[in-house]
Structure formats: C-alpha cells, structure tokens
Design a protein around this ligand. Structure first.
Ligand SMILES: Cc1cc2nc3c(=O)[nH]c(=O)nc-3n(C[C@H](O)[C@H](O)[C@H](O)COP(=O)(O)OP(=O)(O)OC[C@H]3O[C@@H](n4cnc5c(N)ncnc54)[C@H](O)[C@@H]3O)c2cc1C
Length: 608
C-alpha cells in the first residue's frame, strides 16, 4: 500500500488550531514545540510508510492463525513490532520515569494516526498496550508499575483489555468472570473472555492481561466489578519471567476486516499454572488486584477513555488512507468526456464533478475530524499539565465532552469515507486487489468496539449533557459564537458561506441541547431515539467549527504571504466545502431529533 503521512496538515492543526506553543510551555513537556513535533512526525512517517504500510495488504491476505493454542501473526509483523519497540514508539506519550518519551498527546495523536493509516491491524496491539499502561499508571501499585510498565513501553511485553464475555458486551454489569482471593494478595481467576484483541500472539515474550472480574461475594451489577492484572507468564519480584499462567487462547475469530489482528477467546482457570506446585497447580489463573476491590469499572473507564480517543484516531487514519488511494486512482483512470468539454475525448475521472464531490467529501470529513481530535488532544494536555487547577478542570471537562464525538463521529464518518473510496474506484473498488475494499472492511469494526456508537451517544446525552443541565455544551456553543464573530470580519466568499452554516448549525445544536436537557428525565425514549443523531450533529458541528478556525488561519496566512500557498488554498477550499456540504446537514438532524423522536418508537414491537 502506498501511504504518505499528511505531515503538513498535522502540523497546521497543531500550530494553528491546537496552540502547540502553549502546549509546549506546559510544565513537564520540556519545550516539545514545533521543532520536536516536526522531527517526531517525520520519523514516524518514515516508519509508517516504509515498514507498516507494505504489510497492510499482507495482513488482509495472510491473517493471524491459531493452532493448538498458539497464535502466529502475519509474516513480517513480528519484525515490524520489534522495530516499533526499538524506535521508542510505544513510549511516546508515557512518563520518562518508566522509559517513555513524555511527549504531549497533541504530538502523540498525530503519530497514532499515521501508524493506523499505514496498518490498522498492526496498530491495535500498541493501542491496547497504551490503555493497559494508562490503567496501571492510574491505579496500579508502585511494584506493579515497576514490574510491568517499562517492559510494555519497550515493546518486550504487550497489554490487553479483557472486558467482554459472551453474555456481557455493552452491558458490563453482566460480567461473570470470578476472582477467588488466595489470602496472600493474589487471586485465582476463572472465566471466559471473548473478542480479546491481541489476546494471544507471537510478537512479544509476555502478554499482560487486564481482566474485569467479580471477587466472590461482591455486589451484583457494576458496583461489584474489580480489575486484575493477569500476565500470560508470571513475573517474579525482580521482573523475570516465571511459569506459564492458566490463561489460554482457545480460538481466534474469522472476521470481516482487521484480519491480521488476532481476536481471541481466552479461557482463564482451566488447567492450573504450568509446572505449578501447591495451590498454583490447581486450576485458576493467578492475578493481582489493580487498585481497590469493586472499583474496577472506574479504572477501566480511564483505560477506555484513552482507547476511545485512539479508536477515533483510527477512524481518521483509515479515512485518510482511503482518500489518498481514491485521489490517486481518480488521477489515473480515464473514462468519459467531461461535461464542460474541457477535454476533447475521454479524460481522467477526476475531471467529473461528481468524482470531485466524492473526493472533497472524503477530504473534508477527514480534515475536519483531524482538527477536532487535535484540539481535544491539546485540552487533554492542559487538563493534565497546566499549573492552574481551574484551567485543568475546564480542559478536562472539554476533553471528556469531546471523547464520544472523536470516537463516535470520526468512526461513523470513516465508514462513509471508505465506502466513497470504493465508489470512486467503480468496479475496481469491489475487487480485493485494489485495496479500497479493505479500508471499508477494516473501518467497519470502529463503530462497534470500545463502545458502539449508541453507547458513545448515551454517554454524550447522559453524563456529558443532561447531568450538568447542558452548561458545558452551551459554553462550547458560546465559544463557537466567538469564531462566528471573527468570520464576520472577513469578506471572502468562503468566510461568508462558513459563517452562515456555522451559525445555523450552532443554533440547531443549542436547540437540541435544550431538548435533551428538558426531556431526558420526563421522556427518555424521545431523547434516546435521537441520541446517535445528536452525537452526529455535535460531531459535525465541532469538526465544522475547527474547519472555520482553519479557514480563518489559512486566510490570515495567505494575506500575510506566509506558509505554503497551495496547501493554504486547498484548506480554504476544503473548509468552504465542509460548510456548504457537511455543516449544511446539521439543521436537518435537528429536525429528526426534535420533531422525529416519536416515529422511532411508534410502531408496535410485534410489527417488526
Ligand atoms: C474485532 C473485535 C475486537 C474486540 N476487542 C475487544 C477487546 O480487546 N477487549 C474487549 O473486552 N472487548 C473487545 N471487543 C468487544 C466489543 O467491545 C463489543 O463487541 C462491543 O462492546 C459490543 O458488545 P456486543 O458485541 O456484545 O454487542 P451488544 O452489546 O449485544 O450490542 C448489540 C447492539 O445493541 C445496541 N445496544 C446495546 N446496549 C445498548 C444501549 N444501552 N443503548 C442503545 N443501544 C444498545 C448496540 O449499540 C448494538 O447495536 C471486540 C470486538 C470485536 C468484534
């Protein structure tokens, strides 16, 4: 696969929208500003383009395989993962104390995008490891942190997230995996986990499973769930590998996409620790508690918030890759005479306005979501590093509002973008060798794992909007009005157009927030019937808002004769397209949410 990392757009988002200068000045970031960002991005681009992208199709054609409990990954993955570890990529955003590079998320997020654009299946392994590191940093003991985090950062070991069970998917209150205390601080874990990404593989010498389970006698529901650290190989106090733990991969799934990523069924507590004596020889996987008993879901949410953001980046990543492939194809494929007669005979399909519409849609969605994600990343950095507690709190609230949008909206749009990519290719898009179809198949999981779009929407409605009576949502709307005021200063066609659509979209958002707040208790079915539409509306608006800011920045730079003219002209054109074709959809979503709620649930259940 040919992939060229969009370094220029990433740096533009960082400097013009996410205020990288301010991020670099936050305590603890050692001036990780533009020079650092540029150097890191260029190096990551080299690795992603040169090492990971060539393995992308290989992974689709030769997925991971399972035999007698052993999983063998796609040829080339193991070596690529070794290079990934040696390059320090796993540690990018993690603390230097544990061997990480301590870079801001604002820079790290761009690297995550590149790695995922190049090879989504490969990138899932580090994505889950990041989540496990995050959970240990938050709730692990110092011993757990010292024993496990450095090895995960170096890429010697990897991490997993074990939530799902056959009867417990979106509803984790139904988790049944059992933990029996051994009385010495250790627990024996029994149960079956399904769909565990990189739950077994051959790329690292140990796998650190983070497992949700219920301590015997714990309360029913989510309040009785604890989090355990269950390594594939037990680890002694000095960090050396010991006996094989009683955690086994009984099969891996055959999937629609991300075929190289092994999705494992794991059985805990079937056989006893291999070679174990005394209690260890009796079945039960040995685990240690992370944090306190019955607070597992709380810790898992930390891990999930990190992972949800990263899955949103996966959406942006696959959209970028699909766009690049489609644009390249459209410049080569010759078919039909242009309607304006600009070419005498058949021309490359990029001459046809409808192909341009598809490519612009792909590009505008991708750039809008990237801009939104970068701004969210900067808020995360301020929330964790700013010296002023009040500023930290505000940024944390903003970031948390953005997480379901980055996850939900960017992944939903990635399916549309990848589907358009197939359409641009015509029949060739439906043929596997082209590679356009793989993006569509790979993207399809993104709206499902780490919480389906409906689960993100429930979060947006309940915790992020209704809980504070819509205060934060309306405060963000007020910030958007500030951008509208700036747009009023410009007389360009693009700015006028953006102003009109941004104001209409913001007004629609404010109205929907009012509806959600007013009806969420009295008429929950009406609100939740439109919850995904609300998420799509809010995501579209937030991405459109950042495109408006991008437009203003590009116009300012053009007027000042700064920057790369072709890039900035393209940014103006893409922002205007976003306004006229994507933001323009927002008022229609408002109508479905506010006026159309009843028709969703009107028909009798028996009529389905
Ligand atoms: C390839 C792959 C990799 C995965 N990796 C991991 C992993 O590493 N670790 C892990 O623990 N899990 C993993 N999962 C599991 C994944 O997180 C779940 O599939 C997901 O959470 C959905 O659960 P479910 O499949 O049981 O669907 P269900 O929860 O049964 O959902 C079915 C449908 O009902 C809807 N629904 C359910 N509840 C609600 C509600 N309250 N409101 C509105 N709609 C609702 C959903 O949106 C969906 O449309 C993976 C899954 C796959 C396929």
């Amino acid at each position: 696969m040919n992939y060229t990392a969009p370094v220029k757009d990433m740096l533009f988002c960082m400097t013009e929208l996410a205020n990288l200068d301010a991020v670099a000045k936050l305590p603890g970031f050692d001036d990780a500003g533009l020079d650092t960002a540029q150097a890191v991005l260029e190096e990551c681009a080299r690795f992603s383009e040169g090492v990971l992208a060539p393995l992308n199709r290989e992974g689709d054609v030769h997925p991971s395989t399972w035999k007698d409990g052993v999983v063998t990954t796609t040829p080339g993955f193991k070596d690529a993962f070794r290079q990934f570890g040696e390059g320090g990529w796993q540690g990018l955003q993690h603390p230097a104390d544990f061997g990480g590079q301590n870079l801001p998320k604002t820079i790290g997020a761009a690297c995550i995008e590149m790695i995922n654009s190049a090879n989504l299946s490969f990138a899932l392994c580090p994505l889950l490891t990041d989540g496990a590191i995050e959970a240990l940093l938050t709730a692990g003991t110092r011993e757990q942190q010292d024993a496990f985090i450095p090895k995960m950062i170096s890429g010697e070991w990897t991490g997993t997230m074990n939530l799902t069970e056959p009867q417990a998917g979106s509803d984790l209150a139904l988790v049944r995996t059992r933990a029996e205390p051994l009385g010495d601080g250790r627990y024996k874990i029994f149960g079956t986990k399904i769909y565990i990404t990189y739950g077994e593989h051959d790329m690292a010498e140990n796998i650190v499973h983070l497992v949700l389970a219920r301590v015997v006698g714990a309360p029913e529901g989510v309040k009785g769930i604890s989090l355990f650290l269950v390594p594939k190989f037990l680890v002694d106090g000095a960090g050396a590998l010991g006996a094989r733990n009683d955690a086994w991969c009984v099969s891996i799934e055959h999937k629609l996409g991300i075929k190289a990523s092994p999705t494992a069924v794991l059985q805990f507590g079937d056989r006893g620790v291999a070679g174990g004596s005394g209690g260890d020889a009796v079945p039960g996987a040995i685990g240690t508690l992370i944090g306190q008993e019955n607070r597992g879901l709380e810790y898992m949410f930390i891990m999930m918030n990190a992972a949800r953001y990263a899955v949103g980046m996966q959406g942006i990543a696959v959209a970028e890759a699909a766009y690049q492939k489609a644009a390249a194809f459209a410049k080569e494929r010759v078919q039909s005479r242009p309607v304006d007669g600009s070419v005498a005979g058949s021309a490359t399909i990029i001459h046809h306005p409808d192909v341009r519409r598809m490519l612009m849609t792909m590009r505008a969605y991708t750039e809008g979501c990237r801009a939104m994600a970068m701004v969210a990343a900067a808020a995360f950095d301020a929330a964790h590093h700013h010296g002023d507690a009040e500023v930290r709190k505000q940024n944390q609230a903003f970031y948390e509002f953005m997480v379901p949008l980055v996850k939900g909206y960017s992944t939903e749009m990635s399916i549309d973008v990848a589907s358009l990519g197939v359409q641009v290719h015509g029949g060739m898009g439906f043929i596997e060798e082209t590679g356009a179809a793989q993006f569509l198949r790979d993207a399809r999981i993104l709206t499902i794992y780490e919480g389906t779009t409906a689960i993100q929407a429930n979060d947006l409605v309940g915790r992020k909007t209704a809980r504070d009576g819509g205060r934060l949502a309306l405060a963000i709307a007020a910030q958007i009005e500030t951008t509208e005021s700036a747009l009023k200063e410009s007389t360009s066609v693009a700015s006028r157009s953006m102003l009109k659509r941004l104001a209409a979209a913001r007004a629609a958002f404010v109205e929907v927030v009012g509806f959600v707040v007013a009806q969420s208790k009295s008429n929950p079915n009406a609100v939740f019937a439109g919850s995904v539409a609300y998420l799509m509306l809010a995501g579209n608006l937030m991405a459109g808002w950042q495109m408006a800011r991008a437009l203003l920045a590009a116009e300012r730079m053009l007027a000042a004769g700064q920057g790369d003219r072709a890039f900035l002209d393209a940014k103006v054109a893409t922002s205007r397209f976003y306004a006229e074709h994507l933001l323009a959809k927002v008022p229609g979503l408002r109508d479905s949410i506010v006026d159309g709620a009843d028709s969703v649930t009107q028909m009798a259940l028996e009529s389905f």
